[in-house]
Design a protein around this ligand. Structure first.
Ligand code: ASP
Length: 433
């Protein structure tokens, strides 16, 4: 399945780029193919992924809390996840600022060409509001809107109370377990359609997004991609080796499918079903940990986004000739770590966070207009890095909590989605009934 998805991605990428170069002026190609077939198939596929997120997170979180069994451990896992997520994000952005300062992208950049464009910063939530908004005043509204932090808060509270109630709540836990099993199968069915969905998403993006846009921005683009790669294949892998005591290569191999999903959807949130399945079934992280750390990470942990902010800050500071100094850069690090908590993993949110950061350090927010042209492509890459960070932290926490099944982790074929999964599962049925 991974191969099929990869093939879909490559095919979409090639076809999209060909259309962009040779057929962008042909009306029927634009109307019927790009904005017709590709757009519709891609949008349907993203909706399908999003459709899975709320029920999957809810049921799997209830099972997770029930599986952990004691509130103390839950608190410990929560605390660890928060600390790890913040630390990895801080490491990511510090490295990005260091690397960008070394290469100094943006020095001597021609501002004139971009002067006509402008960027209106979207409203960013103040931190106090982020804290208040953790609590859903109306859980039904939280579910309806898919507000992940609120859903996590309410579900953990509710599931913890199930534990406190004990016997009376046992049938509910049982129900959640069955629902979870069914939802996992729904994920498998959707995954079956993934090669086509991923193909359509890639074809549309690349048909609309000319690669030549990158050329004037090559410095910014190059340093950013380098920093993203270094974080994903360097920092995270080193942390996995040291704290997770696992083989990082095996980890990376197993992450491929989830990374392709993140890349083609540009949304950590929409990728939650795939990340969750990969982390639990392929990497062997205990459900009680993954069910919490994955959706939590998709919402608050954005290493790739933080890296973009680090490089963008140095780039814009260079372009406008502003010297931020050490305090300025430290503020940038602190701000983007905090900003990542309040903004959800959806496409393009990184720019909103960047506006918050710029406001704080006094960089011109309209500078964002300069980088907006290449942001679509970079969003894809950084989203893949974001979810890699979520999975790496989940693995490390699981290891420290004795919740990592090394047999599953070391087995290259564990949890692979195959066509067989689409058939009914007699053994499972026997188990349930
Ligand atoms: N698209 C990213 C994500 O969903 C967020 C961003 O950097 O814009 O993780």
């Amino acid at each position: 399945m991974t191969k099929k998805i990869l093939r879909g991605m490559l095919l979409g990428l090639i076809l999209g780029s060909l259309i962009n170069n040779f057929a962008s002026h042909i009306p029927w190609v634009q109307d019927y193919l790009v904005m017709g077939l590709f757009h519709v198939l891609g949008a349907m596929f993203i909706s399908m992924l999003k459709m899975l997120v709320v029920p999957l997170v809810t049921f799997s979180l209830i099972c997770g809390v029930a599986g952990i069994g004691d509130i103390g451990k839950l608190g410990r896992v929560g605390g660890k996840a928060f600390a790890y997520y913040m630390i990895t994000t801080a490491l990511a952005i510090s490295m990005a600022i260091g690397l960008a300062s070394l290469f100094s992208p943006g020095e001597g950049f021609e501002l004139a060409g971009a002067a006509g464009s402008s960027f209106v910063a979207p409203e960013a939530p103040p931190l106090t509001q982020v804290l208040i908004d953790l609590i859903p005043s109306n859980p039904v509204a939280a579910y309806a809107e898919g507000n992940m932090l609120q859903i996590i808060f309410f579900t953990i509270l509710f599931a913890s109370c199930m534990l406190m109630v004990g016997k009376a709540a046992a049938p509910l836990i049982d129900l959640a377990e069955r629902m979870n099993e069914v939802m996992m199968q729904v994920v498998n069915v959707v995954m079956f359609l993934a090669p086509l969905g991923v193909f359509a998403l890639m074809a549309k993006t690349f048909a609309l997004q000319g690669i030549d846009l990158i050329i004037p921005m090559l410095g910014y683009f190059g340093v950013l991609v380098l920093a993203l790669l270094l974080h994903a294949t360097g920092t995270l892998m080193l942390l996995l080796r040291i704290f997770g005591k696992v083989n990082p290569i095996m980890f990376m191999k197993k992450m491929q499918t989830a990374q392709v999903f993140a890349f083609s959807t540009s949304s950590s949130n929409a990728t939650i079903p795939v990340t969750l399945q990969t982390v639990e079934k392929r990497l062997g992280v205990d459900e009680s940990i993954a069910s919490f750390t994955v959706p939590f990470g998709a919402t608050i942990n954005m290493d790739g986004t933080a890296i973009m902010q680090g490089v963008a800050t140095v780039f814009i500071a260079n372009v406008y000739g502003v010297d931020l100094g050490l305090t300025g850069y430290l503020t940038v690090i602190g701000m983007s770590v905090l900003a990542s908590i309040g903004t959800a993993g959806v496409p393009g949110v990184g720019l909103i966070m960047l506006a918050m950061v710029f406001n704080q350090v006094g960089l011109p927010v309209e500078g964002i207009a300069l980088i907006i042209g290449v942001d679509r492509l970079l969003d894809m890459i950084r989203t893949a890095v974001n979810i890699t960070g979520d999975a790496a932290v989940s693995t490390m926490i699981a290891r420290s909590e004795n919740g990592l099944d090394m047999y599953v982790f070391n087995n290259p074929d564990a949890g692979i989605v195959t066509d067989i999964d689409l058939a009914s599962k007699p053994e499972k049925e026997k188990e349930v009934y």
